[in-house]
Design a protein around this ligand. Structure first.
Ligand code: NAD
Length: 296
């Protein structure tokens, strides 16, 4: 069993750290919020004061932080200086490509192994230990990290070298953001054409329009009882987080010169949703904005 430093015990990091404890690992955790530290301690996490304390003498150091600037600063100022020789650093935050590569560079400079390993599956997946990890880094780092990630996730996919996990994550979420808008537009058009939700679902979910946004996460109440539409669009995956990921995709596309016209348009649609005060609702709640704009 490993000793693991865990930095960032928020909505995702809290339950992920608890699953590592459950799997028998020793977990040293830290966060800036006292209430989260109390909750983590109840789950068997040994609370430490700083990220450097979490990294010191740990076999593995995991970060689960809000954005790239936090990851690179905590790597630069605390983790790489404190981590022991041979330690593996895993960043599971969703961050921009440049910060992901900078985190690998900082680790490599000190001879440390590193992985970018963002997740999909949300808070429910983090609690259930069923996350998908999209992983970037060397074969050696992946081999070391995989058994640890398996304590928190169901599918651990090695996507390529440094940054490949983040690249896969933002591409996947760009597909998701666009497809949810497509599904929502179709249901609103169907309503206006007199189709019932169930009739349209029965066709699309078994035909060429089938996709996760319809089959598993349907934006109207009824056809898929577990989708947030049946629970007043409580997240799930908040619209603000979808907006964050679409911004990361847009930024990456601009840097490499990829034409992602629909990705950019989706970003504008979720930005308008957030501006209207709906950033905290599930991203499938975008259907309500589309319905309102349709005068329905
Ligand atoms: P969160 O805001 O709940 O948790 C982040 C935590 O990091 C906070 O508790 C914060 O206090 C802590 N933190 C910030 N700087 C720190 C520092 N220097 N030292 C120690 N702790 C620090 O966010 P979250 O929902 O847990 O998301 C974490 C990451 O996972 C984000 O990058 C997010 O985009 C990604 N993600 C989230 C979801 C989701 O459904 N919530 C799904 C997939 C991916």
């Amino acid at each position: 069993m490993a000793t693991i430093g865990f930095i960032g015990l928020g909505n995702m990091g809290g339950p992920m750290a608890a699953n590592l404890v459950r799997a028998g690992h020793t977990v040293k955790g830290c966060d800036l919020q006292a209430a989260l530290l109390e909750a983590a301690a109840k789950n068997g996490v040994t609370v430490v004061a700083t990220a450097a304390d979490a990294a010191r003498d740990s076999d593995i150091v995991i970060t689960m932080l809000p954005a790239g600037k936090f990851v690179t600063s905590v790597y630069r100022e605390q983790i790489v200086g404190a981590a022991r020789k041979g330690a593996l650093l895993i960043d599971s935050s969703t961050i921009d490509m440049d910060s992901a590569r900078e985190a690998h560079r900082l680790a490599g400079e000190k001879g440390l192994l590193s992985l970018d390993a963002p997740v999909s599956g949300g808070v429910g997946g983090a609690a259930a230990g069923t996350l998908t990890f999209m992983v970037g880094g060397t074969e050696a780092a992946f081999a070391l990290g995989k058994p640890i990630l398996e304590a928190m996730g169901k599918r651990i996919l090695h996507c390529g070298g440094d940054g490949a996990g983040q690249a896969a994550k933002i591409c996947n979420n760009m597909v998701l953001g666009i497809s949810m808008i497509g599904a929502s537009e179709a249901f609103v058009l169907g309503e206006k054409l007199g189709l019932t939700h169930q009739a349209l679902f029965d066709v699309v979910s078994t035909s060429s329009g089938s996709c996760w946004s319809v089959n598993t996460y349907c934006p109207v109440p009824g056809p898929v009882p577990t989708s947030p539409a049946n629970n007043e669009y409580k997240p799930g995956f908040a619209a603000a987080l979808m907006l964050k990921d679409l911004r990361l995709a847009k930024e990456a596309a601009e840097i490499v010169g990829a034409d992602t016209a629909l990705g950019k348009h989706a970003e504008e649609i979720y930005a308008a949703l957030e501006k209207s005060g709906m950033g905290g609702t599930d991203f499938s709640g975008v259907i309500n904005a589309i319905r309102a704009r349709s005068g329905a």
